[in-house]
Design a protein around this ligand. Structure first.
Ligand SMILES: C[S@@+](CC[C@H](N)C(=O)[O-])C[C@H]1O[C@@H](n2cnc3c(N)ncnc32)[C@H](O)[C@@H]1O
Ligand SMILES: [Zn+2]
Length: 164
């Protein structure tokens, strides 16, 4: 992962960039960090958790000791997470480009949001929330990029919301 470096991002603050071209489908690296389990969310946790990447409804990996701590969200990302910890290139990524992921694909907490997305994509959803805030069309289009746990959470919530 020595080709990954930090630089001011056009999206937000500092972002994770690559100094070499990455081929579509190749493995970029694994997220290293402890697993955190929280059943009851509090406002305090919202403050300390921007570096957590979700792996289930109540579980996250704390990325504080990993370069992926700086990966920003994009509504048109160039990476996705395979399984729980492995970043894969979704498209060819050029040297100097920022790496991005779609945060909604790995977050289930209903209280979490980015109120004003700065990704700049034509497909920007503007307000970014958990997996359950995706519309059906966006979910279906991205199904192969969403970890199993989060697909399940989306489907259960969708069935509940359409049944009532
Ligand atoms: C894991 S950090 C990413 C690194 C961050 N840019 C930094 O400099 O520390 C996640 C935080 O970055 C910000 N962020 C990431 N992607 C964003 C986006 N597309 N639009 C607005 N803010 C974003 C949000 O504040 C989010 O809580
Ligand atoms: Zn966006």
């Amino acid at each position: 992962m020595d080709h990954l470096y930090l630089k001011t991002s056009k999206i937000n603050g500092t972002g994770l960039h690559t100094s070499k071209k990455i081929a579509r489908g190749s493995r970029i690296g694994n997220i290293v960090g402890e697993v955190i389990i929280v059943k009851k969310w509090t406002p305090y946790l919202s403050k300390i958790s921007p570096n957590w990447i979700g792996i289930g409804r109540y579980s996250w990996i704390n990325t504080k000791n990993s370069p992926f701590k700086f990966i920003n969200h994009s509504c048109e990302p160039n990476t996705y997470i395979l399984g729980k910890r492995t970043f894969i290139a979704l498209k060819p990524i050029q040297a100097g480009e920022e790496l991005t992921m779609d945060y909604s694909f790995t977050e289930a907490d209903k209280g979490w949001e980015i109120s004003k997305c700065g990704c700049g994509s034509k497909q920007c959803r503007k307000k970014i929330g958990p997996i359950t805030t995706l519309d059906l069309q966006t979910f279906k289009k991205n199904e192969s990029l969403i970890p199993e746990n989060f697909k399940r959470i989306f489907r259960v919530d969708y069935i509940k919301s359409t049944a009532s």
